[in-house]
Design a protein around this ligand. Sequence first.
Ligand SMILES: Cc1cc2nc3c(=O)[nH]c(=O)nc-3n(C[C@H](O)[C@H](O)[C@H](O)COP(=O)(O)O)c2cc1C
Length: 183
Amino acid sequence: MRIVVGVTGASGAIYGYTLIQVLAQMGIEVHAVYTEMGEKVLNHECGVDLAEVAKYARLYHNSDLFAPIASGSFKTQGMVVVPCSMHTLGAMANGTGEDLLTRAADVTLKEGRRLVVVPRETPVTVIHLENMLRLSRVGAVILPASPAFYFGPQTLSDLVAFIIGKILDALAIEHNLFKRWGE
Ligand SMILES: Cc1cc2nc3c(=O)[nH]c(=O)nc-3n(C[C@H](O)[C@H](O)[C@H](O)COP(=O)(O)O)c2cc1C
């Protein structure tokens, strides 16, 4: 199995980094691309650099439009953009694909594959909402980074694991990252 992970400069770098690690630990081939701001926010919030991420994923530069994930002929089981900034959300909603992350997202949609978008902003404007609506209408899953509290989280890691678990659910990947309601 092969999953593409795009990471932007929204707050919540821990979500992208953890997802990449969890997928790799599951034996899934991870292809990752960070925006310039994604890399800076990762450094700022997690104290981690891309060399660390490269231990878990095949990493591409966001300007590398020759990368395999820029083409629909390179088969993947889907893509996750996490965390997703309002900037990248807007670019994806317009299908312009001027960098590798937004091109890979566009490819994922045009090939009818699963695209999971994890926006991180609050409050949001009508512009942000309309961009989410546009993506949802073409089949993307909009999965806001808003963890639940009904499962008794004790730590920050529990809250992060909940969002990662919801992303895996959207990709139809089995996991036991959180206790499900009713179980
Ligand atoms: C520390 C930090 C946190 C940020 N958090 C957010 C955020 O949560 N959501 C968002 O849309 N933008 C956020 N931004 C602004 C984005 O980084 C900025 O809009 C940037 O252009 C996004 O570029 P990218 O989409 O190419 O990564 C943040 C910026 C910084 C420096």
